[in-house]
Write a new protein. Sequence first.
Length: 471
Amino acid sequence: GDVTFFLTGTDENASKNVRAAEEAGVDPKTFVDGLVEGHWRPLPARVGASPDFFIRTTDEGHHRFVQEFVQRIYDNGHIYEDNYAGLYCVSCEEFKTEDQLTPDGLCQEHGTKPEWIEERNWFFRLSAFQEQLLRLYDEQPDFVVPDFRYNEARSFIEGGLRDFSLSRAGQPWGVPVPWDPEQVVYVWVDALINYLSALTYARPGEDLRAEFWPVAHHLIGKDILRFHCVFWPALLLAAGYDVPKQIFVHGWLLFGDRKISKSSGNVIEPLELTEIYGIDALRFYTARVTRFGQDGNASADDLHERYERELGNDLGNLLSRTTAMIARYREGRIVPAPWESPFRAELAALAREVPERLDKYDLSGALEAIWIVIRSLNRYVEERAPWQLAKDTTKSEELDRTLYDLADGLRAVAIALAAYLPETSPRILSALGQPEDLAWEGVAYGWTVAAEGIEPAEPLFPRVELETAVA
């Protein structure tokens, strides 16, 4: 595959962290250190993710680059000083206009009342970049995906852009403005720059910008579209940088048609679910219920039902039945018997379709393509009835072909599922006595090699009592 650099991390320079630290009776750095090391840094590994670098916006390397970045914008004449007066939502860390509030004057996201702020700030000339941004959107129609998010961002630009405050006055926490250290860089500007700053210090002594910028893909939530799809490219252009290759805007995971959030009191704790169902089940479920760029509706009951029906029965039971029949009817031996199987074309189509869908971030569509093959393999078991073939010595070759097709289909499916089920895929290959080689070229018919000592596989997804799952 391609060489990649997977970046994630924490945005820590928010004023709400200062308030939370004060309430906890500690300084801000101690407070965010506790959050990061106690929860956020361990989280990727606990959900099966493997970032190449975990950035913290309190890193010295990040602070240094942010100052260099905004200094370039200032030197290029795109920053000026002026007075700001308006509403500010501390929870969003965002300046709000009246049309962004509820009829009661509350933040639509958090339901809290924004604070009125009056201060002298440094402003970024966003208005000067309207035509450049529209030209960017014309020349790169896939700059923002899906299409309806592209249209949303473009409509915002066409509606006219207003300059925004790039700094905050009198804040003790954040990145100091290099030419005016009494002010700090607005937290959203500071946070956006992490995509570039990380490349300058993630590997000591190396600058990765030439390799990974601007061929960068950002994955963001729909609630921060304007910052990433309008403000960020304008800031990059102002500083003399190319814009990222693409920005994918995903939806929210909903619980009972409501966004999952602490303020709603409907949080599903992912780590608790992984302890009950396993990492792979959670990864599978989130991809299964979330359509390309849309909101996904989740529920504990639906997770449990899909765990049992799709993972436990469709996939897990298929492996158990296949290995049990190989053990019983062929003394644990897989006999290579490729032929003009119907799965030859089916696996070739799968090998084409999954990468095409993944290139478009269509995780659920790619997963459904894999599940079509799994369902086809299950039908094949019933149609071919190996238990009947085993009773007729004249059909020995037909039995070999049938068991080979099942083993080969499962092997190919295991490779195709590796991104979704990183712990389960190697277990499937091992149960079939196959090399744990996940190279994509293996998603093809006829790659299964001879194997001996195949035994009935242990359940891939053990049953979970519903009372335990929802307790």
